[in-house]
Design a protein around this ligand. Structure first.
Ligand code: ATP
Ligand code: MG
Length: 392
């Protein structure tokens, strides 16, 4: 029965002069999300409101699910458009609407009419009172409650008359494209896809980098990361995934540096390379899935050691999250099942039995010098040979 949705947005409503930029980004993201959904839609922006009109058959649940992935949306109201054929016809439509939307009639309600078309013969207050009466006559179990009703029947008199009463929750956040761009270090694990999701929820566009180490890591491990990027892009929009062949660099560090410091030194090179790509692609920061104390390479000391090599801000949205909280989000955004597939990521191959948990920066720096003769060249080579995969 519904043929349209009224899109409610919260935070972006207060952005003053820049409001149109936020609305444009929101429309763009809605169009992107709906391009994945069966059916044809038109997204229109009128008088500070955004409507999604279905212009073909469509699947209601799938469409709502699509809209629930668009950051910036706080609520989604399914709307019925009614032709204005006089007040008696409107009463019939309203009765029909309520009958279908509320099979259980034991509800309190109020009517909230808005006369956007001023030549309509009744004023808002009169419409409220008259429709309220008609509803009470049709459904004696229903009661009016103007303070805390179970539902508000909105009746907007425009070219057509719009009826809506439900508000389905949106994901909140800010429309992607309003917050600059960041480079996500995306591995095949549980954490980094969640980190990317969280940063993009604040309106940030993403680009991603994955370090793989063939033949130590398989094609399937890479495919897993591509799949994860795809899930993240359902929220974050299209993104580029840079795949860096890290094998030679890793082997060289393995060869030249103490094995218990391998993870830290490797992570330092990942950050350096990510920062280089970020600089070339107008990214304003790096994003990782790190969380204090989760593993040896994520103690405060280890984080300080990996952080040291970057001048760009490194955003770590999961820094204070417990694993279970991260898993809960991973399940919500559908990445969990993919993340737990058992393919080696490049770090697990080279992990030492007893990695340092409290790396001493001076010592790390000193040992890192062992690779200085060739490493810059290797980094340049890895950058030049990178594969770029378009996601979304
Ligand atoms: P995740 O679950 O995201 O893999 P993790 O708990 O396994 O994280 P680490 O392996 O220590 O943690 O990695 C910390 C962060 O470094 C990751 O969240 C990710 O942002 C980045 N990272 C690690 N390995 C890679 C990789 N192969 N490619 C790109 N980024 C990586
Ligand atoms: Mg990992």
């Amino acid at each position: 029965m519904f043929t349209a949705f009224l899109i409610k947005y919260a935070e972006i409503g207060v952005k003053g002069k820049n409001r149109y930029l936020f609305e444009e980004a929101l429309v763009r993201q809605i169009e992107f999300a709906l391009s994945k959904v069966e059916g044809e839609f038109e997204v229109r922006r009128t008088q500070g409101r955004i409507y999604v009109d279905a212009v073909s058959d469509f699947d209601f649940d799938e469409t709502v699910e699509g809209l629930q992935k668009v950051f910036g949306i706080s609520g989604i109201c399914p709307v019925v458009y009614v032709e204005d054929k006089g007040f008696d016809e409107l009463c019939k439509e309203v009765i029909n609407f309520i009958d279908q939307v509320y099979p259980d009639k034991n509800k309190t309600f109020k009517v909230s009419a808005r006369r956007a078309r001023k030549n309509y013969p009744k004023e808002s207050m009169e419409i409220n009172a008259d429709l309220g009466g008609v509803i009470l006559d049709a459904f004696p179990e229903m009661r009016v409650d103007v303070h805390k009703p179970d539902f508000i029947l909105n009746v907007e008199i425009r070219e057509k008359i719009y009826l809506y009463s439900q508000i389905l929750p949106g994901p909140g956040g800010m429309p992607v494209g309003t917050g600059g761009k960041a480079m996500l270090l995306l591995s095949g694990g549980i954490d980094s896809p969640v980190a990317g999701y969280m940063i993009s929820k604040r309106g940030v566009t993403l680009e991603a980098v994955y370090f793989h180490a063939p033949p130590y890591t398989s094609e399937r491990a890479k495919q897993k990361v591509v799949d994860l990027a795809q899930y993240v892009s359902a929220y974050a929009g299209p993104m580029k995934l840079h795949v860096i062949n890290f094998t030679d660099i890793q082997l060289y560090i393995y060869d030249k540096c103490p094995h218990d410091e391998l993870t830290i030194i490797m992570r330092r090179y990942m950050m350096r390379i990510a920062e280089k790509i970020a600089g070339e692609t107008e990214c304003l920061g790096l994003v990782t899935g790190e969380s204090i104390g989760q593993v040896a390479s994520q103690t405060m000391q280890a984080l300080a050691a990996t952080n040291e090599v970057c001048t760009m801000p490194v955003y770590r949205p999961l820094i204070a999250f417990d694993k279970q909280d991260i898993v809960d989000i991973a399940e919500k955004i559908n990445t969990y099942e993919t993340s737990i597939q058992p393919f080696e990521d490049c770090c697990t191959i080279f992990v030492a039995k007893h990695p340092v948990t409290k790396p001493n920066l001076k010592i790390i720096r000193a040992h890192e010098q062992n690779v200085f003769d060739k490493i810059d060249e290797m980094v340049e080579e890895a950058l030049a040979g990178r594969e770029i995969i378009e996601i979304g």
